[in-house]
Design a protein around this ligand. Structure first.
Ligand code: SF4
Length: 343
């Protein structure tokens, strides 16, 4: 794999992914084309080395599919994902194994990914052995280090997954990912199945590990509070596209896309003093089988105008650090708030 000199560690370039729907008898007999769920529709962004990028959006917006494309659990139908400049679809042999080690995914439900018949010592030992991370004699000491890293007591090594709480099992999942000394952690809804108080503990642990180990983290979640807490930058997804991406505080304080604003309005506890009671996202999420023509958000956007129904907006290059895909803000309005102030 090429050595990387640039800050960009991972780059998604126009990534698209669809899933064919099983065809019913009637459609087959009448020769109608197969239907597909358009899960990702040309997603482009970059992740810099050592940063945490939050990916947020409603359920069904494609964020989990994107996470799986980043670790190559799914292959893209179109576009590519580059890791240190190299298309991950081209990686073979030792390069593929190195990628699999360096980019680790942590799942929402660690219980289903932890072998219930293995003690934690065996789970972590297996990860260390498969990738030859330590000589056999050093594995017990490394297991103790990993448990300490995720704040589990050393006697946890002798227990089975079912003997732990949900939050503790997530810590085991994190320890297993860290065992292979990755550069990147992709956390897909890491804490959404946990109680709120436990969520905060696990997210704070991830925050500390990211700083301590200089990890690059992709944090996929639907909870805006958690994403704001942990992320340096945030990408907002809608119907398989990124509609806004920018530094966390800028995006939360001055959203540039009406959908981001709708998400923030739907989470009033984020900042009660600036609560806006207007419901910006009316109606239902359109089907990802039949995507709207033009802007994907036009069926729900309170600001939609003629152009929005014929032309799909691109992420604006006008302000490279904080980009939105909206015809309104591409006119040059620095944020939706400013736009409202002058309209
Ligand atoms: Fe709304 Fe039009 Fe902007 Fe889409 S492009 S978010 S429909 S104003």
């Amino acid at each position: 794999m090429n050595a990387a000199l640039s800050q960009t560690l991972i780059a998604a370039e126009e990534v698209s992914k669809e899933f064919l729907i099983p065809q019913g008898m009637w459609r087959r007999l009448t020769g109608q084309p197969r239907l597909a769920v358009h899960a990702l529709n040309g997603v482009s962004f970059q992740i810099n080395r050592g940063e945490t990028l939050g990916i947020v959006g409603e359920s069904g917006c494609g964020k989990s599919t994107l996470a799986r494309c980043l670790v190559r659990l799914f292959d893209c139908d179109d576009g590519r994902v580059r890791f240190e400049g190299q298309d991950i679809a081209d990686l073979k042999g030792a390069d593929r194994r190195a990628f699999n080690r360096r980019v680790q995914m942590i799942f929402q439900d660690p219980y289903s990914s932890l072998n219930p018949r293995m003690r934690v010592r065996e789970i972590l030992g297996e990860a260390l052995s498969v990738h030859k991370m330590r000589p056999r004699a050093q594995i017990p000491a490394r297991i103790a280090e990993l448990l300490d890293l995720v704040r589990l007591p050393s006697d946890a090594a002798d227990k089975f997954p079912h003997e732990f709480s949900g939050g503790q099992r997530q810590r085991i999942g994190i320890a297993r990912a860290l065992a292979v000394e990755p550069d990147v952690l992709v956390a897909d809804e890491l804490v959404s199945a946990l109680d709120v108080s436990v969520q905060a503990q696990v997210v704070n642990l991830l925050l500390q590990l990211q700083e301590k180990l200089h990890l690059t983290v992709v944090f996929v979640a639907h909870d805006l509070r958690l994403v704001r807490h942990i992320s340096h930058r945030v990408a907002v997804m809608y119907l398989g596209k990124i509609v806004e991406i920018g530094p966390t505080e800028g995006l939360f304080s001055s959203p540039r896309h009406p959908y981001t604003k709708a998400l923030l309005d739907a989470a009033p506890e984020l900042d009660p003093t600036k609560r806006n009671r207007t419901v910006a996202a009316r109606g239902e999420l359109p089907s990802p089988i039949n995507l709207p023509t033009g802007c994907l958000f036009n069926t729900r956007c309170p600001r939609a105008f003629d152009r929005c129904f014929v032309e799909r907006p691109l992420l604006s290059d006008r302000t490279p650090a904080h980009r939105a895909a909206c015809h309104l803000t591409d006119f040059g309005a620095p944020s939706l708030q400013n736009l409202e102030a002058i309209s």
